[in-house]
Ligand binder design. Structure first.
Ligand SMILES: *[C@@H]1O[C@H](CO)[C@@H](O)[C@H](O)[C@H]1NC(C)=O
Ligand SMILES: *[C@@H]1O[C@H](CO)[C@@H](O)[C@H](O)[C@H]1NC(C)=O
Ligand SMILES: *[C@@H]1O[C@H](CO)[C@@H](O)[C@H](O)[C@H]1NC(C)=O
Ligand SMILES: *[C@@H]1O[C@H](CO)[C@@H](O)[C@H](O)[C@H]1NC(C)=O
Ligand SMILES: *[C@@H]1O[C@H](CO)[C@@H](O)[C@H](O)[C@H]1NC(C)=O
Ligand SMILES: *[C@@H]1O[C@H](CO)[C@@H](O)[C@H](O)[C@H]1NC(C)=O
Ligand SMILES: *[C@@H]1O[C@H](CO)[C@@H](O)[C@H](O)[C@H]1NC(C)=O
Length: 311
């Protein structure tokens, strides 16, 4: 019996040794992991904090002495790469200052949500290096300069909201290389030039909101031909020419607001027959025989429009 007991205890000992070796190995491996990859994201977050003035102390948890940056306020890390920053949710954080170029070193970043702050200065061109970026929301800040055409390199971008800023210059035509784009919101800036024709070719484009700029030229003829547009809001610009017939024929369009432009021509019959439209406003344009009208859902059926056109 004794030898069996000895055998049992030595097996037990061996198991314990093996387990503790494995445990040590795991601890070592994970500490190596936190010393290599995450440190770069840690440094980048500290760079971000150093460049933004945090008047309300919302970034108080962003301290160097803690390596747990995945639990810092507004920081979310990737599920597949737990040490890499996946999302920055810093909406209404009362942040001042300029977004630094070093943000582009967060190469796993998919979501930048910085609305309702006092961010100023230009949007760094380096954002174009974030090839995992899907969502960019800098709305309601004081960001100026032009929209970097480098954003077109972010091929996974689905949402761009830069509304309510002081952006100037043109809408970069090569934004239409962002084949996954679903929502382009650039309202209330000082953008000029035309609406890029290529935007009409984006199959997944659903929302195009460009109100309150100084856009000129015609509404792209291709708009509505390829895409599943649900809302087109081009209010308060200086657009000319007719309503494109693809747009008028669109079976997905629910909101069309073209108020206060210089659009002319006939109002397409297809628009009056639309089954999808819920809100339409064409007022303050130069349409043939039609000076002002503003129809909402409650005003249906559309046949009512025919009379207003006589005025
Ligand atoms: C962060 O802390 C380390 C060690 O505690 C120090 O060497 C480094 O300079 C600090 N970095 C910053 C940006 O404060
Ligand atoms: C970003 O990464 C580059 C190299 O990849 C490095 O030269 C640069 O210093 C980094 N910037 C910051 C602010 O960490
Ligand atoms: C976008 O267009 C600009 C000017 O036409 C060009 O300089 C830039 O390289 C283009 N960007 C991409 C990613 O193609
Ligand atoms: C951007 O953020 C604001 C504030 O949270 C939100 O209201 C808006 O819908 C967002 N934009 C898009 C396109 O999701
Ligand atoms: C559009 O979206 C669908 C489904 O969301 C996706 O499968 C498709 O790849 C997208 N199309 C493009 C051109 O990105
Ligand atoms: C258009 O301008 C008018 C007058 O300034 C304003 O009341 C309205 O909210 C603007 N519409 C949009 C959609 O920006
Ligand atoms: C729009 O629909 C009308 C018929 O309602 C049709 O005659 C016209 O060719 C259509 N236009 C396009 C671009 O599909």
């Amino acid at each position: 019996m004794a030898p069996l007991g000895t055998l049992r205890s030595s097996v037990l000992l061996a198991t314990v040794l093996l387990l503790s070796f494995l445990l040590n190995f795991l601890v070592l491996a994970s500490s190596l992991d936190t010393r290599t990859t995450p440190n770069s994201d840690l440094q980048t977050l500290l760079c971000l904090k150093a460049h933004l003035s945090d008047t309300a102390g919302q970034l108080a948890s962003w301290k160097n002495d803690s390596l747990q940056f995945c639990s810092w306020a507004g920081v979310r890390c990737s599920k597949t790469r737990p040490s890499r920053v996946f999302a920055l949710d810093l909406g209404s954080f009362e942040l001042n200052g300029q977004i630094p170029a070093c943000i582009a070193n967060l190469t796993y970043l998919a979501r930048i949500h910085f609305p309702n702050n006092q961010l100023s200065g230009p949007i760094p061109r380096e954002l174009g290096q974030l090839n995992r970026l899907q969502y960019l929301n800098l709305s309601s800040n004081h960001v100026s300069g032009s929209i970097p055409d480098t954003l077109s390199s972010c091929s996974l971008l689905q949402i761009i909201d830069l509304g309510g800023n002081s952006l100037q210059g043109v809408i970069p035509p090569n934004l239409s290389q962002c084949l996954n784009l679903q929502e382009l919101v650039l309202q209330h800036n000082s953008l000029n030039g035309g609406i890029p024709e290529g935007l009409g070719m984006l199959q997944n484009l659903s929302v195009l909101h460009l109100a309150g700029n100084s856009l000129t030229g015609e509404v792209p003829l291709s708009l509505g031909c390829k895409s599943s547009l649900t809302a087109v809001v081009l209010t308060n610009n200086s657009l000319t020419g007719p309503i494109p017939s693809c747009l008028a024929n669109s079976s997905s369009l629910q909101v069309l607001d073209l108020t206060n432009n210089h659009l002319d021509g006939e109002i397409p019959y297809a628009l009056l027959n639309s089954r999808s439209l819920k809100i339409i406003s064409l007022a303050m344009n130069k349409f043939v025989g039609c000076h002002t009208f503003f129809i909402r859902e409650s005003f249906f059926p559309y046949q009512a429009l025919a009379c207003i056109q006589q005025s």
